[in-house]
Design a protein around this ligand. Structure first.
Ligand code: AMP
Length: 549
């Protein structure tokens, strides 16, 4: 028997209309560096989004299913694009501005983007790539920039404000099927070509509701959130959509992502919440130690994208900022799990929950696949590859123009679950602890060593700024850990002292023999440790490695 409920599609259009009308007074503040920040209400933003939709349709000929790309920082205009493009039935494609040039061109071609909205400050990046981006017919420049760079290399150039300026503030939004694609993102592609994930209107709507739940980020209209995580990194973890849905004020950092400006904007604009990968928080911590600022407004922050070192969490605790650890992937929209703790615990009892990757929400079903394909118990001990499914989890990748979606076997199980490539354990009450990426685990003489565990211990050393551990080939054991360490300024730590520090904390056989001090850990385009670069540098003999006996 079917229900008696109305079948109203869950769409981004609804988020746009609702946020504009009901939360019209909420604000988006965009940092401008030195001058007064740019301030817009949700009402203004919503109306400008309508004008943008009119301009894209009437002036640029954008139609249903057309891909419209953005190469933009986190700012109010990017939010306008986030809302307008899906609501008009087109697909928002956020381009990762830190990808290597050839990948950006490849992705744009693969997605067949017809239009690129680009921040003026990013024209030097885009202009030389445009001749290779064959599908692009229009470039819309947002904010000041040297448009002469586009001379001769762009098909048609428009200036954002004049394009949208006099357009109507009403739009006859199309009736959309909630399962239609609203936005797309490519995975950072550590192996092979990047893979496109198409988020549906329904998945974005449901994910936004989850983001705001008290069990997740617990944001309300009295909050101001600062998404430092870029809007091209899995939709800034869903925060802009979730904010517009519930009237949460946004503080947008634009291109000012260095520790100094971040500290300054937190002190000046007093956000209550923020979200970023660990490397950003590590950098900010260094800045706050060197030049203390008032960040007391920040009640809680979400750290995810790679494992949050417990020492980092402790350091922010001392500053009065509660860190909430979260796990996710491009394929999971990205909210997969989030470490809110059970009630009634002392800080000591809470700690193991807080440093875990967190608890799954109802929308994310999880299981652990063991080495022989059997499913492992949720007992907090048995490890396996995490597989997930749910309404905001990808079931396939985008196949390219006209082609069917594709489901590579290493990414999807025969019964359709997403194989995450992450290895870990789950407690009986549903808390996930990741021990490694499947490809980063160190397989030493038939035993597994967690590179993340070694890194976390090393980064708890008072003189270590960063540490990355990778597997390297070993004649006797198959693989052994290589510890690469970035020391804090003025440190006199030796390899022997670092190893002695580890010795009290991990089993003796796991202690690395090979060590290298490096100036900085190489990072991926979204600020994660790029271990493949370290492995390659080691293989090419570029690292100055000391082997302790
Ligand atoms: P991406 O799709 O680029 O965001 O990468 C997703 C991957 O980042 C996951 O599969 C994990 O390997 C890693 N990741 C994300 N969050 C965490 C976390 N909290 N702890 C450990 N790894 C994480």
């Amino acid at each position: 028997m079917l229900s008696t409920m109305q079948d109203v599609p869950l769409t981004v259009t609804r988020i746009l209309v609702h946020g504009t009308l009901v939360h019209g007074d909420s604000k988006i503040t965009t940092w401008t560096g030195t001058g007064e920040p740019q301030r817009r209400t949700f009402r203004e933003t919503g109306l400008r989004a309508v004008q943008l939709a009119n301009a894209l349709r009437d002036e640029l000929g954008v139609r249903r299913d057309d891909r419209v790309a953005t190469l933009m920082w986190n700012n109010a205009e990017h939010v306008e694009a986030y809302l307008a493009i899906p609501a008009m039935g087109a697909i928002l494609h956020t381009l990762n501005l830190r990808l290597p040039a050839e990948q950006l061109v490849w992705i744009t071609k693969h997605a067949a983007d017809r239009v690129v909205l680009v921040n003026g400050s990013l024209l030097p990046l885009l202009a030389p790539l445009l001749p290779g981006m064959e599908s692009v017919e229009h470039v819309v420049v947002v904010g000041p920039g040297d448009t002469s760079l586009l001379d001769g290399c762009a098909p048609a150039v428009h200036e954002y404000e004049s394009l949208i300026g006099d357009r109507p503030t009403t739009y006859d939004w199309p009736e959309l099927d909630e399962r239609e694609a609203a936005a797309m993102c490519y995975t950072s592609g550590t192996t092979g070509d990047p893979k496109g994930v198409l988020f549906s209107h329904r998945s974005i709507y449901l994910h936004s509701m989850q983001v705001n739940m008290a069990e997740s980020m617990a944001l309300t209209t009295s909050d101001t959130t600062l998404p430092v995580v870029p809007m091209f990194h899995v939709n800034a973890w869903g925060i802009p959509h979730a904010a517009f849905m519930s009237g949460i004020n946004l503080l947008m950092p634009d291109r000012f992502l260095q520790p100094g400006p971040l500290a300054e904007m937190i002190e000046a604009e007093r956000p209550t919440h923020a979200a970023a990968v660990p490397t950003i928080w590590q950098g900010l911590l260094g800045e706050l130690t060197a030049r203390p600022r008032d960040i007391s407004s920040l009640a809680s922050v979400v750290i995810g994208g790679s494992a949050c070192p417990p020492a980092l969490m402790e350091a922010y605790d001392k500053l009065g900022v509660r860190v909430c650890h979260a796990w996710g992937m491009t394929e999971t929209s990205p909210l997969g799990s989030l470490a809110q703790t059970p009630p009634g615990l002392t800080p000591e009892q809470e700690w193991p929950y807080r440093i875990s990757q967190g608890r799954f929400p109802a929308g994310v079903e999880a299981r652990l696949a063991g080495p022989d394909g059997e499913f492992m118990p949720w007992d907090g001990e048995a490890a396996g590859e995490l597989e997930v499914r749910g309404p905001w989890i990808a079931g396939a990748y985008y196949g390219g123009a006209g082609a069917d979606p594709f489901r590579p076997e290493d990414k999807f199980s025969p019964d359709g679950w997403l194989r995450t490539g992450d290895v870990g354990t789950i407690t009986p009450d549903g808390y996930l602890t990741l021990t490694d990426r499947a490809k980063d685990v160190i397989k030493s003489g038939g035993e597994w060593i967690s590179s993340v565990e070694l890194e976390n211990h090393l980064m708890a050393h008072p003189e270590v700024a960063e540490a990355a551990v990778v597997a390297v080939p070993d004649d006797k054991w198959g693989e052994r850990p290589l510890a690469t360490v970035v020391l804090k300024e003025g440190s006199s730590a030796t390899y022997e002292s670092l190893r002695a520090f580890l010795a009290g904390r991990i089993a003796h056989w796991q202690l690395p023999e090979r060590w290298a001090i490096i100036p900085a850990v190489p990072k991926t385009s979204v600020g994660k440790f790029d271990k493949k670069v370290i492995r390659k540098d080691y293989a090419d003999g570029k690292l100055d490695v000391t082997k302790l006996s």
